[in-house]
Write a protein of this length. Structure first.
Length: 198
């Protein structure tokens, strides 16, 4: 058996019923949309974590939430769909017959299992057609990365409590929000300590 002298700290973000870090941005987006007078949010979801997070956030602030879920996941993950519906969201298998984008895909590929791109197209189409509806996205965009820095800020505080500081910070990268969330606060601290901003 091999041993390492390294200490490995693991920041667990799976306690949320949505199963991920995504409520960090879903709650903020729902809050600001509510403040702006928005009545409904649309979004897409693949496996369902983002859709569950936005459904949860919508329930907190009394917003209607419409989730276009990739059809194969809609069929394979009924419990994730049930969670979104429990929070009050309406979940539609994508591609659907409810949008022009969905109908076009189904006309060309009647047995389409869907994709995130198709689901995004449907959610954006619905939002673009109604002034009271806005589209919310769970990763990639600058504001989402900013919201997710709560992860790294917590990690800095937790490491301070442990009396330690990492040599390396690692995060998974899909759309970038989880990685940015853990890395940006450490990067900011490093730049501040080394006067890189000046």
């Amino acid at each position: 058996m091999y041993y390492t002298p390294a200490k490995i700290y693991y920041k667990y973000e799976g306690v949320s019923p949505s199963g991920s870090h995504k409520p960090n941005t879903a709650v903020v987006q729902a809050y600001y949309n509510k403040q702006a007078g928005v009545k409904k949010l649309t979004t897409e979801t693949g496996a369902g974590q983002w859709g569950s997070s936005l459904a949860f956030a919508g329930a907190l602030f009394g917003l209607e939430v419409l989730v276009y879920m990739v059809k194969v996941s809609y069929q394979q993950k009924p419990y994730r769909r049930a969670l979104m519906e429990t929070y009050g969201a309406r979940v539609v298998a994508s591609p659907s017959t409810q949008t022009q984008a969905g109908r076009k895909i189904l006309a060309q590929h009647p047995n389409s299992s869907g994709s995130l791109g198709i689901a995004i197209s449907e959610a954006v189409e619905v939002a673009a057609a109604d002034e009271q509806t806005k589209y919310a996205l769970g990763s990639v965009l600058n504001h989402v990365l900013l919201h997710q820095t709560v992860i790294g800020q917590e990690a800095l505080t937790q490491l301070e409590m442990a009396g330690d500081y990492p040599d390396i910070v690692i995060g998974c990268t899909g759309g970038g929000s989880n990685f940015a969330g853990i890395a940006f606060p450490f990067l900011g601290l490093y730049c501040e300590e080394n006067e890189i901003y000046k």
